[in-house]
Ligand binder design. Structure first.
Ligand code: SAM
Length: 318
């Protein structure tokens, strides 16, 4: 998987991918990051990348021409051209299904998924394995589910994700219309540029790419993780007491010493009874989610036992 970042501040990324899991993934060649200076695609003395907004108003807007050139230099076609390339691939692969191929963009918009129907995950360097993302406060919220999609855990294994970092008032909207598969926001606040957002998206997606996290951890067992039923590995009998979060928040973690500042780690975690530990952790997940993110409970994968516990909490009020 290769991430391409288009930015007017390439220096922003110095050091950002040089620590921990990300550094290891890059060193091992599991992922690659390319950083592209937008000013390299200007042709005037001042290397101008912005201009005043049509219609007046505050600030400046990133001009479309340098961005289009930067994307062309990466071999990125307008999304309509990518859709027809995909259609050809899909029809060659499966002539019957190919006739019902939904256009790339429409599929992404309707399902919220990044994958066009009928695309071919096995096709090397196919347009269907590239996504272009515009970082924008106006975008669709970035979630763990989207990070999983980008990491290729759902539907399509991608081989390239291009991230366009806006600055000033943003990017000329025609770039979004012509090239971008997805407009993505990392939260309900306004950053001064898309660079931080790009780093967030890359970090969250990259760590989920198979092989990046070691055996010691897995994205399935963390906050917002999948339900038990979706976990492929056999966890029966293994004290992997985490188990799938099913969309809930993670439970609290403790390590040595057993007593710290007069507070003892929960006794249940010290007694080695894995079924009790698992039950306790599940309860903690529910309590934490209820306290901090009750909205997540609406779509979480909850068992009968989970619901009983939540009902009991509602009844007693704590
Ligand atoms: N005028 C824009 C608005 O009100 O939505 C804000 C532009 S912001 C100052 C400049 C750039 O920062 C945006 O083009 C985008 O690339 C990035 N940005 C700001 N907030 C973001 C967010 N929450 N998520 C992702 N990118 C963001």
């Amino acid at each position: 998987m290769r991430f391409e970042i288009v930015t007017i501040f390439p220096g922003f990324f110095t050091g950002i991918f040089e620590n921990g899991i990300v550094r290891r993934a890059l060193a091992e060649g599991l992922v690659e990051v390319g950083i592209h200076d937008l000013r390299a695609f200007t042709h005037d003395r001042h290397r101008t990348v912005d201009d005043r907004p049509f219609g007046g108003g505050e600030g400046m807007v990133l001009k479309p021409e340098p961005l289009a050139e930067a994307l062309a230099s990466l071999g990125i076609l307008p999304k309509t051209a990518r859709a027809s390339a995909d259609r050809v691939v899909a029809e060659e692969q499966n002539p019957v299904k190919g006739t019902g191929f939904s256009p790339y963009i429409e599929s992404a918009k309707q399902t919220g998924a990044l994958a066009p129907e009928g695309c071919n995950p096995g096709e090397s360097h196919s347009a269907s394995r590239t996504r272009v993302i515009l970082l924008s406060a106006q975008g669709r919220p970035f979630t763990q589910a989207l990070a999983r999609e980008l990491a290729g855990l759902d539907r399509v294994v991608l081989d390239r994700i291009v991230l366009i970092c806006g600055r000033y008032e943003g990017v000329d909207e025609r770039i979004n219309e012509i090239y971008c598969d997805l407009e993505l926001s990392i939260g309900d606040y306004v950053l001064s540029g898309g660079e931080l957002a790009a780093a967030v998206v890359i970090d969250a997606a990259m760590r989920l790419i198979p092989g990046v996290l070691g055996n010691e951890a897995s994205g399935e067992f963390e906050s917002f993780g999948v339900a038990d039923a979706e976990i492929a590995t056999d966890i029966e009998g293994v004290p992997r007491s985490q188990h799938g979060a099913g969309g809930l928040l993670d439970y609290p973690h403790y390590t040595r010493p057993a007593e710290f500042a007069g507070l003892r780690a929960p006794e249940v975690l010290l007694n080695g009874d894995h079924s009790q530990i698992r039950r306790w952790r599940r309860q903690q997940q529910l309590l934490k989610t209820l306290a901090n993110r009750p909205d997540l409970l609406e779509n979480a994968a909850l068992s009968k036992e989970d619901r009983k516990l939540l009902d009991a909490i509602h009844e007693t009020g704590n």
